[in-house]
Design a binder for this molecule. Structure first.
Ligand code: MN
Length: 371
């Protein structure tokens, strides 16, 4: 039996520029969660750790991130646990690659970086294991990360590491390091450890092929960060257990504004289930009362402290209400009719402007303060 810890897309050094002052906090959290990845490997007494690309967010890193990796790999080394790294799309093996600037293998005797330009493999006789890998040489490529893969050794277990996109018709970009289900099926591997997609995802059960997703939340991810604990049985059976270790959670909430009677009700909906470790994206939809003004920046500023980070997008539209013919003598009603015609005939940005003008106009005619 062989136990593996499979992780990928750690993105050490990520800037999180969209998070404002929380960016630095989350950048620090990535370092803490990376330590938790290594601690999990030690606790679970795995035979080997596989890091399938994007260990680093870019090929420019502060020295402290290099030192952190060396320190943590050292902890694995103290426990005789080897570690394999394949350069990904963010830390690709180009001419200025971080793996060319620093000789990590020299500082970490238990480390293998797949830095040959073609598919290569390394054997671990004490684990009866062969690990195969091919680095990403650039951010985009038409060639498959599984190109040239075959099991040529007599090891009991064969595992491949691949950082790229599993082919899905109409969805996958041709130059996104694409590999196909046929390549997976014909690989002769017992397990394929995948990286690049930012979620835990099973692509194939025979042979077993999984994306681990990042261990800690990074933008564009929907689930809490996890690592995979993979067990290869001598019988050929393979089990994969996702283990959540990320601190930040995230969710997306859609609010139908026709259900939000007033500002207080809207705020309550936005804050339902709030937590200081939650990254929440709120989208406002539907038709809202013309009286209910929505300022997304103000909502973010007022309610943001309930969350790790809150973003609000407004895709709702003001509801005009019916205007009876004989009510036209009132300015307010004439204004509603004229603005409705304007909104109906406008598109895109012009429509947004007309809708805003409509809301401000109503507020002003009702004697409310708008600025
Ligand atoms: Mn990535």
């Amino acid at each position: 039996m062989l136990k593996i810890l499979h992780t990928a897309d750690i993105h050490l050094g990520a800037r999180f520029s969209g998070l404002g002052d929380r960016g630095a906090v989350q950048r620090e959290q990535l370092r803490a969660t990376f330590k938790k990845v290594i601690a999990t490997a030690l606790e679970e007494r795995v035979g080997i750790v596989l890091i399938v690309g994007d260990l680093f967010d870019s090929n420019q890193q502060p020295q402290r991130n290099i030192d952190l990796v060396v320190e943590q790999f050292g902890l694995l080394n103290d426990n005789c646990i080897p570690v394999c790294v394949v350069p990904g799309t963010h830390d690709s093996l180009d001419s200025s690659s971080i793996y060319r600037k620093f000789d990590l293998e020299e500082r970490c005797p238990n480390l293998t970086v797949f830095a040959g330009e073609e598919m290569s493999f390394v054997e671990y006789p004490e684990l009866d294991l062969t690990v195969c890998g091919r680095p990403n040489l650039s951010n985009r490529s038409y060639s498959s990360p599984l190109k040239g893969l075959k099991s040529t050794t007599s090891s009991r277990f064969h595992v491949a590491m691949a950082h790229g996109s599993f082919y899905i018709p109409e969805k996958t970009a041709d130059d996104d390091h694409v590999f196909t289900i046929e390549e997976v099926r014909d690989s002769g591997m017992d397990y394929l450890a995948l990286g690049h997609w930012h979620r835990a995802y099973c692509c194939s059960e025979k042979p077993m092929a999984w994306y681990s997703g990042p261990p800690e939340w990074i933008p564009d991810q929907r689930d809490r960060g996890a690592v995979l604990l993979v067990t290869l049985m001598d019988t050929g059976e393979v089990t994969v257990e996702p283990r959540e270790i990320g601190v930040r959670g995230c969710d997306e909430v859609e609010i139908d504004m026709s259900q939000a009677q007033d500002r207080a009700a809207l705020e309550a909906r936005i804050c339902a289930g709030a937590s200081g470790d939650l990254v929440r994206k709120v989208t406002l939809k539907g038709l809202r009362d013309a009286e209910l003004m929505v300022d997304t920046e103000e909502l973010e500023a007022e309610l943001g402290q309930e969350f790790f980070h809150l973003s609000v997008v407004d895709r709702s539209h003001p509801k005009a209400g019916q205007v009876l013919e004989d009510a036209e003598r009132l300015i307010r009603n004439r204004f509603i009719r004229l603005m409705n015609e304007r909104i109906e005939s406008a598109e895109g940005e012009e429509r947004d402007i007309a809708e805003n003008a409509f809301q401000y106009g109503i507020a002003l005619l009702d004697g409310r303060e708008v600025l």
